[in-house]
Design a protein around this ligand. Structure first.
Ligand code: SF4
Length: 398
């Protein structure tokens, strides 16, 4: 049985090459924690202890909880932990964890709402009837609140807070709640709860049974797509800084080679020279475009003045002439506004919609790329779509 998790699927979505290294070739590289993952693990372990002790009728004081956290921090710490952000010391991160735990403790003390029925659960949710695919279930804390209500809790120690909209689309906790639904006969509803510890904030979301079933099918479809993939291109992004395969990734080889070179050799590297020249020309182009645009605007203003003063609309140069004409334009309500929806509805009602609507090629491309329609519709789209290959050059910070 092939088992998938959201992080496995997410790895493919963010970089297929990283997925290939991790899950197909299972490359062995020395895995070092970043300080962010180290902090997250220690905070999770401290909260697990808090609730595990509580299950045994032992309520830790805040001092005991922080004492435990600091002990495991010291025991587990080693100097190979990577500090990606160079402005902060390991101790800054340790204190962040202390603050997160203290805020959490004060907010939820005495921890007596509902009953803990799972801590760091380890199980699998079958995705198809044949039992070919399954989904990893790892719930930080599962609570039974009575009368068929369950809560799936997840702790987040990172430094970004999502929008409610993205939590309402979150797949991980929703899949966990699908497993809860299949485990407990009295299941009526699950509350998905995220504790954003860095912000002392609790956020929640709910799913209907239909939404959960649709999600199961969507995940299954995506997994089959991943399994059928034959190409695993690299996708360079900010996330590379946290990728354990960066040292073997071909996309970062040139940087590693440059780091090895002596100053003279470094400055004569052909790739480095090309990029530096490319950057210089791009900047020059931008500067000239802006200067030329500003000059053009000024000349247009002066030409208009000239026309008004001379009561003419045509002005002659040595080889060409400029004609100035006044125009009036119409504006219609912007996309996604209430007025736009009303306009579309009225046009449809009048039977005029086909005359004025146009194909949104961008949306069609996205549908094809994300396999957003059923097989029959996608096959039809493919019949009309022609793949064109080109190269795009984009400048990014190193
Ligand atoms: S370093 Fe970046 S591009 Fe290379 S495998 Fe990792 S995530 Fe992908």
């Amino acid at each position: 049985m092939a088992a998938f998790s959201i992080s496995k699927i997410g790895t493919y979505e963010s970089c297929p090459l990283q997925y290939k290294y991790a899950y197909i070739e299972r490359r062995k590289v020395e895995v070092k924690d970043t300080v962010e993952t180290f902090l997250g693990s220690r905070v999770h372990e401290a909260l697990e202890k808090l609730y595990r002790d509580k299950q045994f009728e032992k309520l830790l004081s805040l001092e005991e909880l922080l004492g435990h956290y600091n002990r495991i921090w010291e025991d587990e710490w080693d100097d190979t932990v990577i500090l990606v952000k160079k402005d902060y010391e390991p101790d800054n991160y340790r204190k962040v964890g202390e603050r997160q735990l203290s805020d959490y403790y004060r907010r939820h003390y005495p921890f007596n709402k509902g009953r803990v029925i799972g801590l760091e659960t380890k199980s699998y949710l079958p995705l198809d009837e044949e039992g070919t695919y399954s989904f990893h279930i790892r719930i930080d804390r599962l609570m039974s609140m009575g009368e068929g209500l369950y809560e799936v809790h997840d702790y987040k120690t990172g430094s970004s807070l999502p929008e409610q909209e993205s939590l309402d689309k979150d797949r991980q906790l929703a899949m966990y709640s699908l497993w809860v639904k299949e485990q407990f006969k009295d299941f009526k509803k699950a509350r998905l709860v995220w504790h954003y510890l860095n912000f002392d904030k609790e956020m929640e979301s709910f799913r209907t049974n239909e939404e959960l079933e649709e999600l199961r099918q969507a995940i299954l479809k995506e997994i089959k797509g991943i399994e059928a993939a034959e190409e695993f291109p690299a996708s360079v992004s900010e996330l590379c800084n946290w990728c354990r395969y960066k040292s073997i990734c071909p996309e970062w080889r040139h940087e590693a080679e440059l780091e090895e070179k002596e100053e003279n050799e470094y400055l004569n590297d052909p790739g480095l020279k090309l990029v530096d020249e490319y950057v210089r020309l791009k900047e020059e182009l931008k500067k000239h475009q802006k200067e030329a645009g500003d000059k053009l605007n000024k000349i247009e203003e002066a030409l208009l003045e000239f026309c008004k003063r001379e009561h003419v609309f045509t002005v002659f140069g040595s080889e060409k002439k400029v004609s100035v004409s006044e125009y009036r334009d119409m504006a219609f309500p912007d996309k996604n506004t209430k007025e736009r929806k009303e306009l579309v509805a009225e046009l449809k009602k009048m039977g005029k919609w086909d005359e004025v609507s146009a194909i949104d090629v961008y949306s069609l491309k996205n549908i094809l790329k994300n396999q957003g329609w059923g097989e029959k519709e996608l096959a039809l789209l493919k019949r009309f779509a022609e793949e064109k290959k080109g190269y795009r050059f984009s400048l990014k910070k190193k």
